[in-house]
Ligand binder design. Structure first.
Ligand SMILES: Cc1ncc(COP(=O)(O)O)c(C=O)c1O
Length: 346
């Protein structure tokens, strides 16, 4: 049976070139700062996002956690979107490991804050509430449907943060998708953030890892937190070499994933039961509602998986599909056909 895996872009396999590069990578002990390939990758990553320095970390979750640990102290508060990855899908790590309270705010359908509301939730003086020290933005916004945050929207949030003496961290797990979709340089999206995390293990196809980038001082502290979390590694060049290929060769092709997502989303809207706001389909993520009276979304996701089409069920009537480099347009056609058949069988 052909498998069409639409659960996430994290399922992408490393390219042949990556596998070859892993074999040949020059390595050293990164714990001593002596892995030449990792050093080269970090330098390249910092330059691309317009920051002074960068650090290779094992995952996006770890990168965001490190940033939160650097900017806050126990008892502080941070503001983010209610559905932000750090609030919903990081195993409660902010609460468990930092002592920071998340102040989650609702965003609009395209994932944007009401900036007046955002500012009104910053607390600097009232001793009854956590003292706000950080705002976290997510670009692209995963659970809003992979929507992009523009440079202008980022600037507005940045100005609010600075006016109140706060830091702004960007969860840019898919920041290159955002840059490609908007036709802007990635540095345009990161320039108004104190730090950024991005993943190489999603649409960029590397097997492992993320980057956090910021000022030199931020990275010194981030390195300490990474060590504290057990995330300092050794011959990381075998992974960093893939990251270099991700940054050199895998960014421009993201447009193909975006085109496939739109094609898939448009096809789905022609199938009974699917409710999709096409305005939210801006990158490689499709957030859908499945609204057939007699069949739940959960049951549909189970049934379609038996036909080899894998989709993520989220909650109640909603689910998510993600396009990526290991799926082409004819795979999308097959998925649409299988979905249509399944739905017409209900
Ligand atoms: C927006 C966002 N942030 C962070 C992460 C965490 O990345 P990782 O799976 O590498 O820990 C993800 C993963 O899907 C994500 O979508």
């Amino acid at each position: 049976m052909q498998i069409i895996d639409l659960r996430s872009d994290t399922v992408t396999k490393p390219t042949l070139k990556m596998r070859q590069a892993m074999k040949e990578a020059e390595v050293g002990d990164d714990g001593f700062g002596e892995d030449p390939t990792t050093n080269r990758f970090e330098k390249m990553a910092a330059e691309m996002v317009g920051k002074e320095d960068a650090l290779f970390v094992s995952s996006g979750v770890m990168g965001n956690l490190i940033a939160i640990m650097v900017y806050t102290k126990p008892g502080d508060g941070l503001i983010c979107d209610r559905k932000a990855h750090i609030n919903t899908m990081a195993s409660g790590n902010t609460a468990a490991l930092t002592g920071v309270t998340i102040c989650p705010l609702d965003v609009d359908e395209l994932g944007r804050f009401d900036t007046e509301e955002l500012e009104s939730y910053i607390n600097l003086e009232d001793v009854r509430f956590p003292k706000t020290s950080l705002i976290v933005l997510e670009n692209t916004n995963n659970l809003a449907g992979g929507t992009v945050v523009t440079p202008e929207e980022t600037s507005i949030v940045f100005r609010i943060a600075k006016k109140n003496g706060l830091c702004l961290h960007l969860d840019g797990a898919r920041i290159f998708n955002s840059a490609i979709a908007q036709g802007v340089e990635v540095a345009e999206l990161t320039k108004d953030c104190d730090s950024v995390m991005f993943c190489i293990s999603k649409g960029l196809a590397s097997p492992v890892g993320s980057i956090i980038a910021g000022t030199k001082e931020f990275i010194v502290e981030a390195r300490r937190k990474r060590k504290m979390l057990g995330g300092s590694m050794r011959q990381t060049g075998v992974l960093a070499t893939c990251g270099i290929i991700s940054l050199e060769e895998m960014i421009d092709r993201l447009k193909e994933d975006h085109d496939n997502a739109r094609y898939l989303a448009e096809g789905l809207t022609r199938i009974e039961g699917f409710n999709i706001n096409l305005d939210t389909v801006q990158t490689n993520i499709i957030y859908f509602k499945f609204e057939l009276p007699k069949v739940s979304c959960k049951k549909f996701v189970e049934d379609i998986s038996k036909k080899g089409v894998y989709i993520v069920y989220l909650e109640r009537d909603s689910g998510r599909m993600v396009t990526h480099k290991d799926l082409n347009k004819s795979d999308i056609d097959c998925a649409l056909k299988a979905i249509k058949n399944t739905v017409s069988g209900y």
